[in-house]
Design a binder for this molecule. Structure first.
Ligand SMILES: *Cc1c(COP(=O)(O)O)cnc(C)c1O
Length: 362
């Protein structure tokens, strides 16, 4: 059987070219190391060249200013929920958090173990289908930082603009949007992302941090959770997730060859517009998110009746369209259309959705 179109929210599709290259050098990296990347010392010259090249390519793609450190960490974005207050609070006892969906809630719950959380604004009054307007935000005076989830993977809600927080340290969970389009890194104190959505295999977590924020970790912070220690050791304080770093590096090269993030953004915008356009013109499918805050990466949608969900998924799978089931907390469907999901996958999905709709009206 050939590869199917995979709309999984995470771990998600990876570019086929990347997997083929990994396959080609699985047994013998670059046909010269004599072993796979998985079997290499993380202190070897070969692996150092892999991690350094990956960092450089990421810096090029995102135009990361020199004053930022790039950290290759572990534990997923969920561990960052704890690491952020541990590392950033300093003398402060408060942090500001936007509440725009399920991942915001988890970040808030974790931060509450370490400090007072001021919720800047919340979309829970309307089931998280919108980004609260700036006029309704309540930023606090004493917060050490302001946290938001740039793209809510479950709700399919994305901030169209970087929140303007008046010089406060801005921290963003970009797990499901990093590398989908260009961003201005200089607006942020910290950007973090679990890799398994849009970057590479699970096991790797990227942290991009303004170096002026290092050195504020509380005394109890475990060494493995301390950004300063990770930065001082070039992400090699302990054994890093070396194979995931290697694969992420191949993804960065793939993006560069494609023309970088401007080129990727054009494709992503086109994919998203097509799918939302189809959903909006249909009376059978619906997406609840306000138009200006719709995610380019995760597109939740419902059918005219939830009784049809099961049949929809069965037929989708017969057409080799995988993992369209919505998150258990919201139901319905969700198509995740990350960088590695090609435009022709979106075309195939729309064709199937149209056929299914017609079939129901017969
Ligand atoms: C997937 C996801 C997480 C959790 O990531 P883990 O790597 O599983 O901890 C957190 N935030 C967002 C926005 C996500 O999409």
């Amino acid at each position: 059987m050939s590869r199917a179109f995979n709309f999984c929210a995470g771990p998600a599709a990876l570019p086929e070219e990347v997997l083929k290259q990994a396959q080609d050098e699985m047994l013998d990296w670059q046909h010269q190391a004599g072993c796979s990347v998985m079997e290499m010392s993380h202190r070897s010259a070969e692996f150092i060249s892999i991690i350094e090249q990956a960092e450089q390519d990421l810096r090029d793609l995102l135009a990361i200013p020199d004053r930022y450190k790039v950290l290759f960490m572990q534990g997923g974005a969920s561990s960052q929920f704890a690491m952020l207050p541990m590392n950033l609070l300093g003398e402060s006892t408060q942090a500001d958090y936007f509440n725009t969906g399920q991942w915001s809630k988890k970040a808030i719950a974790e931060a509450k173990r370490y400090c007072d959380v001021n919720v800047v604004a919340s979309g829970d009054d309307q089931n998280f289908c919108y980004v609260p307007k700036a006029a309704d935000w309540k930023l606090s005076e004493s917060a050490a930082y302001v946290h938001y989830v740039a793209n809510e993977t479950i709700g399919g809600l994305e901030f169209a603009e970087v929140p303007e927080v008046g010089g406060k340290v801005l921290v963003a969970d970009m797990s499901s949007t990093l590398l989908s389009r260009p961003i201005d890194v200089s607006r942020y104190g910290v950007i973090y992302a679990g890799a398994q959505k849009n970057i590479g295999p699970a096991g790797l977590t990227l942290v991009i941090i303004d170096e002026s924020l290092l050195g504020n970790a509380s005394a109890q912070t475990p060494a493995m959770f301390n950004y300063e220690i990770a930065a001082k050791n070039g992400s090699l304080y302990n054994t890093p997730p070396s194979y995931s770093i290697y694969l992420a590096g191949l993804v960065f090269k793939w993006l560069k060859n494609l023309g970088g993030l401007e080129a990727m953004a054009e494709i992503n915008e086109r994919k998203a517009k097509k799918l939302y356009g189809f959903i909006d013109q249909s009376d059978f499918y619906a997406n609840p998110v306000e138009i200006e805050s719709r995610s380019w990466m995760n597109v939740p949608f419902t059918l005219a009746s939830a009784d049809l969900d099961k049949e929809f998924l069965v037929q989708a799978e017969q057409r080799r369209l995988l993992n369209l089931k919505g998150h258990r907390s919201v139901g319905g469907m969700r198509a995740s259309i990350y960088n590695a999901v090609p435009e022709k996958a979106v075309d195939a999905l729309i064709e199937f959705m149209a056929d299914f709709e017609q079939q129901q009206s017969r």
